[in-house]
Design a protein around this ligand. Structure first.
Ligand code: SAM
Length: 482
């Protein structure tokens, strides 16, 4: 039997089944232990020491107790704490991105994914470099600066060379004032050598969803293809980090297996990365299984309701305060609104999940990876964020200034975010307002930018930010950053 060891490089030791079962038992036994819950909430509170803001975070055991607790007063306190942490570390900024589907060719047999090899009804499509150009121009014309590229696993149709060529194409396109400044990559688990190539191609975050941490369930849900190998998939982030990628994004596909098990596994994965590589995950995504071609989400027994989903987000926020959290257009406007308050720091907007979808006038459904619940345009999403009191941000500065991995974390920890991320958000939002916004959104956006400029604490930074914002408003100069 494998023994739990967060420092081990073996999947079954750092995501240890027995440790998860014991954690769930401990959480169940203590879910009404109010003294312990108070102690856990107290430990997780943000603290200031000599101007430096810090949060201890929680272990998977402690966080699992919070998740198991159903006491309404304590749950309310958890939500308040999640909001407090969110505001302290991320302010009211929300970073925007869009997925770009390159190819839906896939050799795997994932039971929940429409790209699975046996699906004969979905039209297969792989974008040429020319088609990628057209998609990227359409995305730039919406105002996007940050993409997540997506592809099925197929060594013949989507080899690493294709992915690398596509990244080069994307970074090379500058249409009008547009540019894609950060390309995150969501492709199947691969070798250290290929991760090194991705790093050299200057990707942002390498994203790979675990789908489920439950090994038995994992093997059943991935009956065929290379993705069947649980250990190879679970150990992928270690290989990515060995290949030099220090921003990695974790995620669980909620709905497949039991959420409490997944939650403990996810946090154990984060603890493992911290223990071995000295830096936790850059982001955590929280997708839920959706309807898609040949996929009925009701086939899976573990769907979670919106309240449970919100609670999971709040508990992740409390447990790993320095990790960004992402929610996609799989979720509706209403769910996204709740999730934003509880800890989400990045959302997609105006997304099309079909291969080649951005160049079509009407949203195409035939090659879609999943049904989109939030189908608003990017401009609508920006308007909505502003109305809710958020600052939409297109910032990519950290990654471009080399502030990745632990250097990004130390920016969070030293409380410099208000003097760095805040002005960067305002400058990139000004770019959006001048180049892409509708007149109505532009008006509310400029008003917000002028108000928020005053909230930059450092006088010098404030003056420089103002100068840059004036330059963006009055000339074609772009891409300023702190
Ligand atoms: N092929 C890559 C891999 O193997 O990890 C990743 C690309 S896939 C396009 C991105 C993610 O979409 C998957 O990791 C999975 O979590 C999610 N996904 C697949 N089918 C889905 C569905 N029916 N509803 C919601 N999300 C889904």
């Amino acid at each position: 039997m494998a023994v739990y060891n967060p420092k081990s490089l073996k999947a079954e030791e750092f995501i240890n089944h027995e440790e998860i079962l014991e954690t769930l038992e401990y959480a169940e036994k203590n879910k009404n232990n109010m003294a312990l819950i108070d102690e856990i909430l107290e430990k997780a509170k943000p603290r200031r020491n000599g101007g430096i803001l810090s949060c201890k975070g929680l272990s998977h055991r402690e966080a699992s107790v919070l998740l198991a607790c159903e006491d309404p007063v304590k749950v309310k306190q958890m939500y308040e704490l999640a909001e407090e942490i969110k505001l302290e570390f991320y302010g009211n900024r929300i970073v925007l991105f869009a997925p770009l589907y390159l190819s839906n060719y896939c050799v795997n047999g994932c039971l929940y994914c429409p790209y699975h090899l046996k699906n004969k009804t979905i039209p297969r499509k792989k974008l040429t470099q020319e088609e990628i150009r057209a998609e990227v121009i359409a995305l730039q014309d919406m105002g996007h600066k940050r993409l997540a590229i997506e592809a099925g696993e197929d060594p013949v149709n989507n080899p690493i060379e294709y992915i690398l060529d596509s990244i080069k194409t994307i970074y090379g396109i500058h249409h009008k004032n547009g540019a894609i400044r950060r390309v995150n990559v969501n492709i199947a688990a691969t070798t250290v050598e290929e991760y090194r190539m991705l790093k050299e191609a200057e990707i942002g975050t390498y994203i790979l969803f675990q789908e489920t941490y439950d090994k038995k369930g994992y093997e059943e849900l991935h009956p065929t293809g290379p993705k069947h190998n649980y250990a190879y998939h679970t150990e992928a982030m270690d290989r990515a980090m060995d290949g030099g990628i220090d921003d990695v994004g974790l995620g669980v596909l909620f709905g497949l297996e039991k959420y409490k098990y997944e939650f403990a596994g996810l946090l154990m994965h984060a603890e493992h990365l911290e223990a071995v590589h000295g830096v936790g995950p850059h982001t955590i995504s929280v997708p839920r299984v959706k309807r898609a071609d040949d996929i009925d989400p009701d086939m899976f027994d573990n769907g979670i309701d919106d309240d449970t989903f919100t609670k999971i987000i709040a508990c992740i926020r409390i447990a790993v305060p320095y990790t960004g959290m992402i929610i996609s257009t799989r979720e509706s406007e209403e769910v996204r609104k709740k999730a934003l308050a509880m800890g989400i720091s990045q959302i997609s907007g105006g997304s099309r999940t079909s291969v080649g979808g951005y160049t079509e006038e009407e949203r195409p459904h035939d090659t879609e990876q999943f049904d989109v619940s939030d189908s608003r345009t990017l401009d609508d999403v920006i308007e909505w964020l502003i109305e809710l009191g958020y600052i939409p941000s297109f910032c990519t500065a950290c990654y471009r200034a080399g502030r990745t991995g632990d250097r990004f974390m130390s920016l969070c920890k030293t409380g410099q975010i208000q003097n760095c991320c805040h002005p960067n958000a305002l400058m990139t939002l000004t770019e959006y307002m001048m180049d892409y916004a509708s007149p109505k959104v532009k008006e509310s956006g400029i008003k917000l930018i002028n108000e928020e400029l005053l909230a930059i604490p450092d006088e010098k930074v404030r003056a420089v930010a103002k100068e840059h914002i004036d330059a963006i408003m009055n000339s074609d100069r772009r891409d300023f950053r702190f």
